[in-house]
Design a protein around this ligand. Structure first.
Ligand SMILES: Nc1nc2c(c(=O)[nH]1)N[C@H]1C(S)=C(S)[C@@H](COP(=O)(O)O)O[C@H]1N2
Ligand SMILES: [Mo]
Length: 219
């Protein structure tokens, strides 16, 4: 496992994606030592597909639909006109790397949900990436927390393509896999539909320090 993981770090890209899956059973710290090989203080680039189309202000759309009163398809400008919220919080991947005090801003997911009117039958959200493969899930209670953001900015700049721009999610209290990149669609649904990594063994409730076999404090 270490050899494969180290290869992932050395070559990046798809190797890292393999490492994400391989590291699932790790408990309490990092017995492989792999974390030591990851540069401190920087984001890694993760994607489960080979390439993702680049969408900009002219062609980006976010579709919000399902069990809502008024389904909407929002452009980047539409999102930019909504109330912007800023959070300065850490980002932590379940494989061990962590970036401290990142500035995020965008539309609180709960403001977006208020704008479309979530129906009482909706208990969860299914979020889909326009990369064609990645999905995520949140209960409605999680989605309406004040630290869950539809992020337009990250690291004091518009979210770059590699980091999931123009629009990604940022779920501050949960591991990085919940923060779906290249956000294209949000569907209000009756029950949680486990996301991409959750169907591969990661916890649906990905609380930092309290999930995926980790009950230690990562800080
Ligand atoms: N669409 C998509 N979103 C994704 C992923 C992915 O592979 N595809 N990886 C997740 C994981 S495991 C992490 S840790 C973060 C990494 O974000 P970054 O690539 O901006 O560092 O994105 C999350 N969101
Ligand atoms: Mo991750």
């Amino acid at each position: 496992m270490l050899a494969l993981g180290a290869a992932g770090v050395a070559f990046g890209g798809r190797g890292e994606q393999a490492a994400e899956g391989l590291l699932a059973p790790i408990r309490r710290g990092d017995p492989t030592g792999l974390t030591d090989l990851v540069p401190v203080g920087g984001f890694r680039y993760y994607t489960v597909v080979d390439s993702v189309q680049k969408l900009g202000p002219a062609d980006y759309r976010l579709r919000v639909h399902g069990l809502v009163d008024q389904a909407r398809t929002l452009s980047l400008a539409d999102l930019g006109r909504m109330r912007q919220t800023t959070l300065v919080r850490d980002f932590q991947c379940v494989t061990g790397w962590r970036v401290g005090n990142v500035r995020w801003s965008g539309v609180l997911l709960r403001d977006l949900l208020d704008a479309v009117g979530v129906q009482p039958a909706a208990r969860a959200l299914t979020l889909r990436s326009f990369d064609g493969s990645y999905t995520e899930s949140l209960t409605l209670a999680q989605a309406t927390r004040p630290d869950v953001l539809v992020a337009l900015r990250m690291l004091d700049a518009p979210v770059t393509h590699d980091h999931g721009g123009p629009v990604r999610l940022y779920v501050a209290p949960m591991y990085g896999y919940k923060s779906i990149k290249w956000l294209g669609e949000i569907e209000a649904v009756a029950a949680v539909e486990p996301g991409y990594w959750e169907r591969r063994g990661y916890d649906v409730d990905g609380w930092i320090g309290r999930s995926n076999g980790r009950d230690d404090d990562p800080v």
